[in-house]
Design a binder for this molecule. Structure first.
Ligand SMILES: Cc1ncc(COP(=O)(O)O)c(C=O)c1O
Length: 373
């Protein structure tokens, strides 16, 4: 297949954008970014909330060390057998409370299929994969708007959870808006809502938070077996291209998922990715450094956009959501012409954009383009 040219890329990126939680163009699919993108010199990708600092040096070494065992299936490589156990130990749960998938997005799709016997309650806007899969297969999706500050309205969401609800999906921190709800209010919500349905908390970005905001809902799973947590190695671990995610929840629930739609999802992950994830878990320093550098670049971006009089939603993550009142046209298309990829969409309250936080120098380039508008 020849490399994609810009026009085609834009078309394709509409599909990808949808999967990334914000749609540029008519919703058409849920795939990730297409392969074989022709990257013009200087293209700055601030569209997918990746970690610009890369993978941990320990993960890099683990990949190189395991590469000679690429001829073996993962079940034949002794050193990879403890993967689930190591995740479990790290999060202080049992091995049978962990289910590994090739990226958390895969898990989200399978969950939408598994829980299609009732409605889905979620927010709007939110990360797209799960609700879009649910809609595609005919599940009723009840979407509760975020409030004016772009925060989940947990009280309204709770009222919408009924005996007809199969699944509740909340991203905390939220995508595309980068806001959070407090751990105590989320805990109360999980406890109440999980009396009626399975409550899935997507903690893809939780490692960007500082205490006490970074308290996970994992602590609930023993007493509340309907609470399920999804995590990914794509964000703070900087391993988006290696495709590793996992669910943490009640052992019986995970066993049921595995026997139905999941069916040994860990087998879809390469030896290299498993080895990298195991090593990355041990590299606390890499996560700390990514978190700190992200905060510096994020503060800078927030300050600059605010000075330019944009309404910016304070971000707790590695991306930022800002308002473009009265913007004529499609902001992301216009920025792409300036060699910057980001996401934008129109909502009932106007046009909004989501920019990922890149390296400080990259954000300076983004800010310079914003100043030139
Ligand atoms: C909230 C959220 N959940 C899940 C994912 C999926 O991540 P992955 O499939 O790379 O694990 C993303 C990716 O952007 C995300 O933003």
């Amino acid at each position: 297949m020849p490399p994609l040219h810009r026009r085609d890329w834009l078309k394709q990126s509409a599909l990808a954008a949808f999967s990334l939680g914000i749609s540029l163009k008519p919703i058409a699919g849920e795939d990730y970014l297409p392969r074989n993108i022709e990257a013009p010199a200087g293209l700055l990708n601030l569209g997918a909330n990746e970690n610009p600092y890369g993978i941990s040096p320990m993960a890099r070494k683990a990949i190189i060390d395991i590469i000679d065992q690429s001829n073996r299936y993962s079940f034949n490589v002794a050193s990879l057998q403890s993967f689930r156990k190591e995740i479990a130990d790290y999060y202080k749960v049992n091995e049978d409370q962990v289910l590994v998938t090739a990226g958390s997005g895969e898990g989200l799709k399978l969950l939408a299929r598994h829980f299609s016997n009732g409605n889905l309650v979620t927010a709007t806007p939110t990360f797209g994969i799960l609700p879009s899969t649910a809609k595609k297969i005919g599940t009723e999706v009840i979407e509760i708007p975020l409030n004016e500050g772009k925060v989940h309205q947990l009280d309204l969401m709770l009222k919408s959870v009924t005996d007809k609800t199969a699944l509740v999906y909340i991203c905390n921190p939220a995508n595309p808006t980068a806001t959070i709800v407090s751990p105590s209010s989320l805990k109360n919500f999980c406890i109440e809502a999980s009396k009626k349905a399975v409550v899935l908390i997507d903690e893809a970005y939780i490692d960007f938070l500082n205490p006490p905001d970074n308290e996970s809902m994992i602590g609930l799973i023993d007493k509340h077996p309907n609470v399920l947590i999804t995590r990914t190695f794509s964000k703070i671990h900087g391993m988006a291209g290696l495709r590793v995610g996992f669910l943490i929840g009640d052992a019986k629930l995970l066993d049921k998922l595995d026997k139905q739609y999941f069916q040994n999802t860990q087998f879809a992950i390469s030896n290299l990715s498993i080895a990298a994830a195991m090593a990355s878990l041990k590299d606390e320093e890499h996560r700390k450094s990514s978190r700190e550098k992200n905060a510096v670049a994020r503060d800078y971006t927030f300050r600059e956009l605010t000075q330019l009089k944009y309404k910016v939603i304070p971000s707790y993550t590695n991306f930022m959501f800002f308002h473009l009142p009265g913007y004529k046209g499609d902001f992301s298309d216009d920025m792409y012409k300036k060699n910057i990829i980001l996401r934008s969409d129109s909502y009932p309250d106007g046009h909004w954009a989501r920019v990922s936080i890149g390296l400080k120098g990259e954000m300076e380039r983004f800010v310079a383009e914003m100043k030139a508008i």
